[in-house]
Design a protein around this ligand. Sequence first.
Ligand code: SAM
Length: 241
Amino acid sequence: MIDNYKNDFEKFLAHTDEKQILLEEISKEIEKYGAKSLLDIGAGNGLLSVPLSKKVENYLAIESNKGFATKLREAKLEVIEGVFPLEIPGAFDMALASHSISYEKDSFEPFIKEAWKSVKSRGVLLIITYRGQEDDWTRLMKDLGESHEDHNRIGFNQIIELLASLGKVKTRKVITRVKTDNLEDMIQALSFVASDGKPEKKEKFLENHLRLGKILSEKYQDKNGYFFPFQHFFIITEKSG
Ligand SMILES: C[S@@+](CC[C@H](N)C(=O)[O-])C[C@H]1O[C@@H](n2cnc3c(N)ncnc32)[C@H](O)[C@@H]1O
C-alpha cells in the first residue's frame, strides 16, 4: 500500500532533528560572520525560515511554491514568489540556499552566479546540500541496488569548482538523524526521502522491504529504537572586500 507523500513527509518531520540542527548550525554561521541581512533562496514552508528570519535585522525569502510563499507571508516574512534565478533588490551579508540547489550544471550555474551577485563584499554565500560523497544513505541505496552516487559526486565537485572561482570556499559536515521507536515508522520516514516526490520511486524502494528491514535492524538499531544519519554539507564561500 502506497501512503501519500504528505503523510510520509509528516512522518519524516516528526522523527527528524534536521530543522533544529540546521537552525543551530546556520545560526552559528550568521554569528560568525556578523550577518545582519539574509537572503533565503528556497525558504520552504517556514519551519526553518521563520526562526531564521528572527536571527537577522533584514530578511528576504525567495520561494517558488505558491502555498509556501503564502504561508511565509502569513508569518509576516518578506517574500518574493518565483523561481530563482531572478533579480533581487539590494545586497545581503549572507545568501543562503539550503537544500534548494540542483546537481545539474545547467541549473546550478545560473543559480549560483545570480546568488553571488546578491552577496555584499565581505559577505558569504552558504549552500547546504546532501550527499557530496559516500554516506549512510548512498550506502543503503547501493545495498538495495539503486545508486546515483557518482552523478551526485560529479555535481558536488562541479559546484565546489564554480564556487572556488568566485571566492574562498570552506566546507564542513553536519549530521542530522531520523529516530523512531519501531521499524515501520523508520521505513515510512525513509521512503519519503527515497521517493523524491515520485510514487514510482517510493514503490521501488518498498519492493526491498525485507532486505531494508534486515539492514536497518542490523546496522541502525540500538536500545532506544531505530536511527538513521543524514550528512549535510555546508559550503561557505566568502566574498573578498
Ligand atoms: C527541500 S526544501 C528546503 C527548505 C528549507 N530551505 C530547508 O532547508 O528546510 C526546498 C525549497 O526550495 C524551493 N525551491 C527549490 N528550487 C527553487 C528555486 N529555483 N527558486 C525558488 N525556490 C526554490 C522549493 O519550493 C522548496 O520549498
